[in-house]
Design a protein around this ligand. Structure first.
Ligand SMILES: Cc1ncc(COP(=O)(O)O)c(C=O)c1O
Length: 394
């Protein structure tokens, strides 16, 4: 039989793990902290073989496990581990592979929370990092030292939409025996399969497109069983596990991920083209535009170009603030991957904690607007941005 399509897998996989006869089509929420055993012998047997059942929800819960199983299946990975947030997933993953004296190489186009982790928290434990332009393979190789253990990138970066050349970086990482982790939040397993392209670990803020409705905070990591065992141990020890209600909502989100991502990408491309033609727009950043510096790479690696774009406004920070304040339908908000179209200024949100020099290095300018595109009708999104730009200076 031919391999099942993305949505078929997303909708049907959790049912394989139900514990009931009668097969509920929506996976139940096991809202319990603990699980009882028939005898102490059974309890003892569980602790001898922890994956064999459930004892305590910080270490494992059936609803969370169902979400993890579907994610592993969609990612083509042996295992997955779900977290209370994307940052929970990223912190536990990075900390699992580094000890005092180690070094990591991370993309300079890094999400703000990960930037704080690697530049502020990791050094407290004697771990250092180099922030590198990941489009430059020679620079990555030159940054590798004997104590380097990990390379970390993002499939599509926020907000400059730099596309990660996963196959080339994976070859480099593995030639030097390094673990290569990828934050795939912007692409989801529908647009990109980092593990099939050579990465060791694929990490998501499930808060974004996987939830899709702006009502969950969650994170998930997928990869080989051997690496996931370390990450799971870190997760249970730090106590950054996902809750059952969130897992239920994310299982629901996965069922519509394909159709949402297709619609959001279609809306984003139309909006990017309209913005590109507006006289008050300086530059549009969207991997689906032929003018994007990595257009060919994005076409080769991504199923579509996703729902996220950003643009710079003529007239600097004052003009960019005015455009975002002029928006009538699009909400001023820091997140992405919601059904709503959202807008913010990266210098006030995702990149607020970075120094001006670090922001400049990441290519984040004062006049940059971050514009995650939602599921509304594209004509309404475009009309809102056009009126906001037309009213500039008035
Ligand atoms: C690329 C990326 N990674 C990680 C995170 C952190 O996720 P969370 O807010 O779920 O902790 C975000 C949040 O915006 C993000 O955009």
């Amino acid at each position: 039989m031919a391999e099942e399509g993305f949505s078929t897998k997303a909708i049907h996989t959790a049912a394989y793990h139900t514990v009931f006869h009668g097969d509920p089509l929506s996976y139940p929420i096991f809202q319990t902290s603990s699980f009882g055993f028939e005898s102490l012998e059974e309890l003892d047997a569980f602790y001898e073989e922890p994956g064999s059942g459930f004892a305590y929800s910080r270490a494992g819960n059936p609803t969370v496990n169902a979400f993890e199983s579907v994610m592993a299946h969609l990612e083509g990975a042996e295992a997955a581990c779900a977290f209370a947030s994307g940052m929970g997933a990223i912190s536990a993953t990075i900390l699992s592979f580094l000890k005092s004296g180690d070094h990591m190489i991370v993309t300079r186009d890094l999400y703000g929370g990960t930037y704080s982790l690697v530049t502020k928290i990791a050094p407290q434990f004697g771990v250092t990092c180099s922030l590198i332009d990941m489009t430059d393979l020679t620079a990555i190789e030159a940054a590798i030292r004997p104590e380097t253990k990990l390379i970390w990138g993002e499939t599509v970066s926020n907000p400059t939409t730099v596309v990660l050349d996963i196959p080339s970086i994976a070859k480099l990482a593995h030639a030097h025996g390094l673990v290569f982790g990828v934050d795939a939040t912007f692409t989801t397993p529908y647009l990109s399969l980092p593990i099939a392209q050579g990465a060791d670990l694929s990490v998501h803020s499930a808060t974004k497109y996987i939830s899709g409705h702006g009502d969950v905070i969650g994170g998930v990591v997928s990869g080989p069983q051997k690496l996931l065992e370390k990450i799971h141990f870190m997760m249970t020890t730090l106590g950054s596990n996902m809750q059952p209600l969130e897992a239920y909502l994310l299982l629901r989100g996965l069922k519509t991920l394909e159709i949402r991502m297709d619609r959001q990408a279609e809306n984003a491309l139309k909006t990017a083209l309209a913005l590109q033609n507006h006289p008050n727009v300086e530059r549009v950043y969207y991997p689906g535009l032929p003018s994007h510096p990595q257009y060919a790479l994005s076409q080769a690696l991504l199923r579509n170009s996703g729902g996220f774009l950003s643009f710079t406004v003529q007239g600097g920070l004052v003009a960019a603030r005015q455009v975002v304040n002029n928006l009538r339908m699009v909400k001023r908000s820091a997140s992405l991957g919601d059904a709503h179209s959202l807008a913010s200024l990266p210098i006030m949100t995702s990149h607020r904690l970075l120094s001006p020099a670090a922001r400049a290095e990441a290519g984040v300018t004062d006049n940059m607007v971050r514009a995650p595109i939602g599921l509304e009708n594209s004509e309404d999104i475009i009309a809102d941005y056009v009126q906001a730009l037309d009213r500039l200076g008035n």
